[in-house]
Design a protein around this ligand. Structure first.
Ligand code: ZN
Length: 285
């Protein structure tokens, strides 16, 4: 599923390739895609509008239209936005085709059909985005914010990082890599983290997401950019889906377990269940 780096890549591609284009018509091939308004109103309201900009908030891809409306996409598990004809896919995976001027078409295809789109006015967009946590690559996001937001929480650190109200844009691939870099066990309770561990977590969030953006996203299976090219960050993963392989740091085995209902990959030697303090206490006993 596209996370912050993948949506950021798609957003930048669209900024370069379709800003300034006019949407001549929309073909909604799967009405289940359109959450708001009705598919009929969506089709009617979008025809003839020009694309004035693109932006990203959390995992939302926002295409700004003249007149103030925004087309908001949530690309779920297999969602792809493609500016090239998806010739190798069956017609049934297509959910939406936007016909652009200059004979170009923007396709949304998703074999899993979980992707969603909305056409929102300014107020509706603001309401939709209001509950999201801070953008982790922006300046205001620091270790102190994480400590303040989470240090009294007794929940496990992994599900907390996946909570879009705590921090925006992190999903199941990057969170495992982040926790590995921060040497935090995914089941660690947030209220047991030491000061230095908040710093390590913050640094790991920034470095992993920035590297994901620099590598144009992670293609484990389905993610493609708008020109149908895979990303490259999958070549830099250390633990995600590396269970049974050796940890690059200690040579121990990476394992996979469910944490908070999600498949989770980590190194039990580098990411101690009780943290370093817990280990020290055990030695003292
Ligand atoms: Zn290790």
């Amino acid at each position: 599923m596209p996370e912050l780096p993948e949506v950021e890549t798609i957003k930048e591609d669209l900024r370069e390739l379709v800003v300034g284009a006019r949407i001549e018509s929309a073909e909604v091939l799967d009405p289940g895609l359109i959450e708001q308004p009705s598919a009929e109103e969506f089709t009617r309201r979008i025809a003839g509008r020009s694309i004035t900009g693109t932006r990203r908030r959390a995992k939302h891809l926002i295409v700004e239209l003249d007149g103030g409306d925004s087309l908001v996409f949530q690309l779920k598990i297999g969602g792809q936005l493609l500016l090239v004809p998806p010739v190798e896919e069956p017609e049934t995976a297509l959910m939406l085709v936007l016909h652009l001027d200059g004979d170009r078409r923007l396709f949304l295809r998703d074999g899993t059909r979980f992707s969603r789109a909305r056409l929102l006015d300014t107020g509706e967009l603001e309401a939709r985005l209001a509950s999201l946590g801070p953008e982790p690559l922006e300046e205001g996001f620091d270790a102190e914010y994480l400590r303040r937001a989470l240090s009294s929480r007794r929940a496990q650190v992994k599900p907390l990082l996946l909570d879009q109200k705590v921090v925006a844009g992190i999903g199941n691939i990057y969170v495992d890599e982040i926790l590995y870099d921060a040497r935090l066990h995914p089941r660690r309770k947030a209220n047991t983290l030491a000061d230095g561990e908040w710093e390590a977590l913050h640094a790991a969030i920034r470095s992993n997401l920035a590297a994901g953006v620099a590598h144009r996203g992670t293609t484990v299976r389905l993610y493609r950019d708008v020109l149908n090219q895979p990303g490259e960050h999958q070549n830099y993963l250390r633990v995600f889906e590396k269970h049974g392989e050796l940890c690059p740091e200690c040579g121990g085995k990476v394992i996979r377990e469910k944490v908070g209902g999600r498949p989770t990959h980590y190194c039990p030697s580098c990411q101690l269940e009780n943290g370093r303090w817990g280990e020290q206490e055990l030695r003292l006993v």
